[in-house]
Design a protein around this ligand. Structure first.
Ligand SMILES: Cc1cc2nc3c(=O)[nH]c(=O)nc-3n(C[C@H](O)[C@H](O)[C@H](O)COP(=O)(O)OP(=O)(O)OC[C@H]3O[C@@H](n4cnc5c(N)ncnc54)[C@H](O)[C@@H]3O)c2cc1C
Length: 565
């Protein structure tokens, strides 16, 4: 077996050895070539690297760091190099060097994709290994990014969430906690007020970058050509958009997905989804999103990260979508899968504390910020219930000891109870958990603090009682508003801004929109032929993962019909 330099969960699946028959099948897609000791097959930052199987000799994988190299693993005959970035055409995270003369089998990224699309046994073996390797790199913080930030800085949280949700491994130093961090900043000549600072591949230093700058620095979108007219552009890589991408690409459409933040959408911020079919013990939103993303890329969909649709131009064909970066992409059909985002609490100082005590997701990432502290969860829906039970739960330390995620959870709801808005299984868990206090008829009145949230004042609307508590963390989970501003006046919407489709569109709405065809809009088709809406962005949708995935999958069949018209 390969010899990894750190503990991996499932070594045989992470670093498998291929059989002679499997190698012969891979060989049909690539070329054999001799290699010499010392030869670099790829370097950290190599764009669109090839896939290598070692036939004889040995290949070491190292991470270059501060002028030195950390050994990650050594591959021997029958083993192969690479991880998930091979499929999405991103830059290589590590360096691969031959350490013993021998022979390798080399496949370009395109040929590798063709292989995993046609050979299901090898697809399973390779995809599993690639995903597990990425997980191991994340667990060991072995990547091409170093970040220096502060636990009190909203921008630091914003960027850490971006990297985590995009499953990009990074090493993090906190100026408040790590003695080395300040020395590091001094060496780079960076002032503390310029953090967070991100160093890509040990070279490029970005001071408090935007998502777009960071995505560009990491080469997330290097292999994506925005200049071609696509069969289908999907806006949003939540469950609905990823489903449309998987079905579209697997059925031969040329698909581009645009995503503002990270694959997974709202579901990606869920600590555990328990009602998604086929996962009886539940699955984290991040894991579900990661798998769906890998699946979309396996079938050849391009997913552009940190690329926001700013405007839909729907009067001419092909449709044009203007991006916030200034680029324009063209498409024969469009799927609106831009979902929804959290409603914000109407509090005067909210903005100051977003990311510095007020959060819109409750995942392991946020838990690191509020260990040993009391927290508040606001909201009475399922997402609030999930957040409360997750935050009142436990993690295991290295020795298997249970460590509470937070000291106590106060759950604040405006109504008199949870029965109308939350699933029964969650209500029961909340009622039975003594680490959660449910406070009904209660609303936050004020957030207080200097640089970080320090105190919260709440009021009970029945008794009029006001209480101020020294609580530094509020998880706001109070329903969602649609992300549909970018479609402008192109599509008919309901009064809340959700896009209408199919039989929900009245004759007047269709006439007003200038519907040009004799046929009525298909299911999920909007008031513009060839533009579809799926998932939470659709008026009347049920706001559930499975429903979003179902709609994203169904709409592809209808996309085919409109493309044929
Ligand atoms: C914390 C939480 C827990 C949940 N738990 C469950 C659960 O247990 N079970 C369940 O069934 N459902 C659950 N849900 C609901 C479920 O996640 C949503 O119904 C589902 O994610 C909707 O999918 P979607 O793809 O339609 O939209 P979203 O998930 O909202 O995804 C939309 C995507 O579009 C992107 N986007 C928005 N605007 C643009 C733009 N202009 N350009 C490019 N990209 C854009 C966003 O960044 C986002 O990634 C939960 C939701 C939350 C928030």
């Amino acid at each position: 077996m390969s010899t990894p330099q750190f503990r991996v969960e499932r070594p045989e699946a992470t670093f498998p050895t291929l059989s002679a028959d499997q190698i012969a099948r891979i060989a049909r897609y690539g070329t054999r070539r001799p290699v010499r000791r010392g030869e670099l097959l790829f370097d950290q930052g190599t764009e669109n690297p090839s896939f290598f199987v070692v036939l004889s000799g040995a290949l070491e994988i190292v991470r270059p760091y501060k002028g030195k190299e950390d050994l990650i693993v050594v591959h021997r005959p029958g083993q192969f190099a690479g991880e998930i970035s091979l499929l999405n055409g991103r830059r290589s995270l590590a360096r691969g060097r031959v350490t013993e003369d021998g022979e390798v089998l080399e496949l370009s990224a395109d040929r590798l994709r063709a292989l995993v699309q046609t050979d299901s046994e090898l697809s399973e073996l390779l995809m599993r290994a690639f995903i597990l390797r990425r997980v191991a790199l994340i667990n060991e913080s072995l990547g091409d990014v170093t970040m220096i930030g502060s636990q009190f800085s909203p921008s630091t949280l914003r960027l850490r969430e971006f990297l985590t949700r995009n499953t990009h491994p990074y090493k993090y130093y906190d100026v408040e906690r790590d003695p080395d961090a300040q020395a590091f900043l001094d060496r780079l000549g960076i002032r503390v007020d310029e953090i967070p600072v991100v160093i890509c591949r040990g070279e490029l230093v970005l001071r408090n970058p935007s998502f777009e700058e960071l995505a560009d620095c990491l080469g997330f979108n290097i292999s994506i050509d925005v200049g071609v007219v696509r069969d289908l552009v999907v806006v949003g890589a939540g469950p609905a958009g990823l489903a449309a991408a998987v079905y579209g690409a697997s059925e031969g459409l040329d698909v581009l997905v645009l995503e503002t933040h990270a694959p997974g959408g709202q579901a990606g911020s869920s600590s555990k989804i328990e009602n998604y079919l086929g996962f009886p013990t539940g699955i984290t939103g991040q894991a579900l999103a990661g798998r769906a993303f890998a699946q979309a890329e396996k079938f050849g969909a391009s997913v552009a990260i940190a690329r926001s649709a700013a405007k839909l131009v729907c009067k001419k064909r092909p449709f044009a979508i203007q991006l916030s970066s200034g680029d324009v992409v063209h498409a024969r059909s469009v799927v609106v899968a831009s979902g929804a985002q959290y409603r914000k609490l109407p509090l005067p100082r909210l903005k100051e504390f977003e990311g510095a005590g007020v959060y819109y997701a409750a995942s392991k990432m946020e838990v690191t910020l509020c260990k040993d502290d009391e927290v508040i969860v606001v909201g009475g829906g399922n997402s609030a219930g999930q957040a409360a039970t997750f935050l009142a739960g436990f993690d295991k330390d290295k020795d298997g000891k249970l460590i509470p995620r937070t000291k106590h959870v106060h759950m604040l709801v405006r109504s008199t109870g949870l029965a109308e808005s939350m699933s029964r299984y969650l209500i029961q868990r909340i009622q039975e958990n003594e680490r959660i206090t449910l406070r009904t008829c209660t609303e936050i009145e004020a957030l207080e603090g200097e640089h970080h949230l320090e105190r919260v004042r709440w009021r009970n609307s029945t008794t009029g009682e006001v209480e101020t508590r020294p609580i530094r963390h509020v998880f706001s989970m109070t329903g969602a508003v649609p992300n549909t501003v970018w479609v402008g006046s192109c599509l008919a919407m309901d009064d809340k801004g959700f896009v209408k489709a199919g039989t929900d569109l009245s004759a007047e709405e269709l006439a007003h929109a200038g519907w040009p065809l004799e046929r009525q809009p298909y299911l999920l088709e909007t008031s513009t032929p060839g533009v579809f809406v799926v998932g939470d962005a659709r008026a009347g949708s049920v706001k559930r993962c499975a429903a979003a995935v179902g709609e994203g999958s169904i709409c592809v069949q209808l996309v085919h019909k409109t493309l044929a018209e």
